[in-house]
Design a protein around this ligand. Structure first.
Ligand code: WTA
Length: 572
């Protein structure tokens, strides 16, 4: 079969020849881009912001910020000063020191970015929380990491169960007229008077900086720790995959509560000295196109669900905006349908470049590069300096076109450093012969392109957000009416997958639409809106193993009308 390919659109790209780069690649050459290769001093916030502020990019805009109520911009010099001020607030009022866990829990705003950078300048480990998280989700993460400080807004504070978190010493509130009381600290009030000067905490390359909690198929969410050394790969991928250049205006649509929003919403672009656009507020096709037109966005990084929603909003809408500034478009987080790639060619006259990575990998791993032919539906090829393969369950590399585990050979620069409090879990990702097993299944074709097939485990990707079924099930069974719950991802044309829950009710409860609504609301309020099941189906009993584990595989087979497979471990 002749594969459909999209040829390269001519241009002067940072990565000119993929094959040549792959053969000759050397990470130690990349390190020379950083001042610490000379000084021996490391801090990612310095390399992302201060270095540019002290050089020729001093007055270049680092951050264009917009939401429905604010529109502001900050140069690299101003970013340096504001992040220094934020660091001084955290240090002086909240005692933040190297290694402390500082969580940020608030909607996008310039202050959020000052805080993340400021905390990193102190050598703290930053834990970003998605603003939609509810009390249970917040508690689990702060508790597991023994967070010392949370930076949040008065509106979100009610979701922080302060009294149940003994390690939490300070709450830094970002809001008007905050009353301080020793534990509570007024961020904005202090920010304006805080010093612009700061002695950065120089740390080791293997010291922690970022702690993203992410979902697996079992257990509570896991804290994936990234270290300052990740900057090497975050810099080089943003250079070659995002293809950032001096004049680019770059926009990544992801929220920093998720790894794409920190690594490619902050570090990748800023390590490259790029102008970065950050937009708060809700998704609306009109607003998004307007953003591209208003800022003259040249490089745009988003996700399949968003592209599908834009596609659903119609081609006529696209024509109402001037999108001619766009030159490079990218997608991540879930499978990008060939149909969407073709739509992109039709309406933007550009290819949408799919790429693959995950929280644990700390940066992009597999990608379509602008100077490379694209096969719509494929995620592309491994980044130079990185070995990826399809392996069987014993860790043997499989030949082309055989489906298996998508694996990466350990030791890439941005690889997670630990799973917080959970060394066994960390070890379980690796095969004895050195392969990191991603949990995704895929195959590689004879030209070396990787094709995503699905998750090996039960992790759900809904609208590009990663949700663990266990977390949702645990919340469901807290509801008084629910005896047992099993949760699966159900394929959905727009959202990739939606969350579907199967529940068995306790004695004395009746099935009803009101109860369904109530259950959905219960998860929404207890966990997060994006984790609430869109579909709920009542069952008398759920399929379980003899040891009592819900068999999600069987639920999925029921849902999709597939054979249920081996049922020998199922209870009678
Ligand atoms: C999925 C997001 C198909 C995959 C950066 C992975 C993808 C999980 C792609 C990680 C892609 C990511 N095509 N699936 N291009 N990119 N995924 O940790 O299942 O939120 O394991 O990181 O998203 O999700 P995470």
């Amino acid at each position: 079969m002749k594969m459909e390919t999209l040829s390269v659109i001519k241009g002067d790209y940072n990565l000119k020849d993929y094959n040549q780069a792959y053969e000759n690649f050397d990470w130690t050459e990349v390190e020379k881009n950083f001042s610490w290769s000379e000084t021996g001093k490391v801090n990612i916030a310095y390399e992302a912001i201060d270095r540019h502020a002290e050089g020729v990019r001093k007055n270049k805009v680092a951050l264009y910020y917009r939401d429905p109520s604010r529109e502001e911009k900050y140069t690299f010099k101003e970013m340096k000063e504001y992040s220094n001020r934020a660091a001084n607030v955290l240090k002086q009022a909240a005692d933040v020191e190297k290694g402390d866990r500082v969580f940020v829990f608030m909607p996008r705003s310039p202050e959020l970015y000052f805080t993340i950078l400021g905390a990193m300048k102190l050598g703290a480990v930053v834990g970003p929380l998605f603003e939609a998280f509810m009390e249970g989700a917040v508690r689990d993460r702060l508790d597991d990491s023994e967070a010392k400080v949370i930076v949040t807004t008065p509106a979100l504070l009610e979701r922080v169960p302060v009294n149940e978190l003994p390690a939490l010493k300070h709450i830094v509130l970002v809001g008007e007229e905050v009353k301080e009381d020793g534990k509570i600290i007024d961020f904005l009030g202090r920010l304006e008077t805080a010093s612009k000067e700061l002695e950065i905490e120089w740390v080791g390359r293997e010291d922690g900086m970022l702690l993203h909690y992410t979902s697996g198929s079992t257990g509570k969410p896991k804290g994936v720790l990234h270290v300052h050394n990740a900057m090497i790969q975050q810099y080089q991928t943003a250079n070659w995959i995002l293809d950032l250049k001096e004049d680019d205006i770059y926009w990544c649509t992801a929220d920093p509560g998720w790894v794409t929003g920190t690594v490619y919403g902050m570090f990748g672009p800023w390590l490259n000295g790029a102008s970065n656009v950050i937009v708060g507020g809700r998704f609306k096709p009109e607003t998004w196109y307007q953003t591209i037109e208003d800022y003259g966005i040249t490089v745009w990084y988003s996700a399949p669900t968003a592209f599908r929603m834009l596609m659903g909003a119609g081609d006529e809408l696209v024509k109402q905006f001037d999108l001619s500034s766009l030159r490079h478009v990218l997608s991540v987080g879930e499978p990008l349908n060939p149909e969407v790639v073709r739509w992109g060619v039709k309406v933007f006259n550009l290819r949408i470049h799919d790429n693959w990575w995950m929280t644990e990998t700390g940066a992009q791993i597999i990608s379509n590069y602008p100077s490379m032919e694209i096969k719509p539906g494929s995620m592309g090829k491994p980044f130079p300096g990185i070995k990826a393969a399809i392996v069987d369950d014993q860790g043997n590399e499989l030949p082309p076109n055989r489906m298996g585990n998508l694996a990466i050979y350990k030791g890439w620069p941005s690889m997670m450093n630990i799973i917080w409090n959970n060394p066994e879990k960390y070890e379980s990702y690796f095969m004895p012969n050195g392969w990191y097993v991603s949990g995704d299944s895929a195959y590689m074709d004879e030209d070396g392109y990787f094709w995503f097939q699905g998750r090996v485990d039960d992790v759900i990707m809904t609208s590009g957000e990663r949700v663990g079924p266990f977390e949702v099930e645990s919340k469901l069974v807290e509801h008084p009416a629910i005896a047992e719950a099993g949760v699966i991802g159900k394929p959905d044309p727009v959202r990739g997958e939606i969350i579907k829950a199967f529940v068995a009710l306790r004695e004395g409860y009746e099935v009803s639409d009101e109860l369904k609504e109530e259950i959905r609301d219960f998860v929404k309020k207890g966990l997060a809106a994006h984790a609430a099941p869109r579909e709920i189906e009542f069952k008398d009993k759920l399929p379980k193993t003899r040891s009592g584990k819900i068999m999600r595989r069987v639920l999925k087979a029921w849902e999709l009308d597939l054979p249920t497979g081996d049922l020998s471990t199922m209870e009678d």
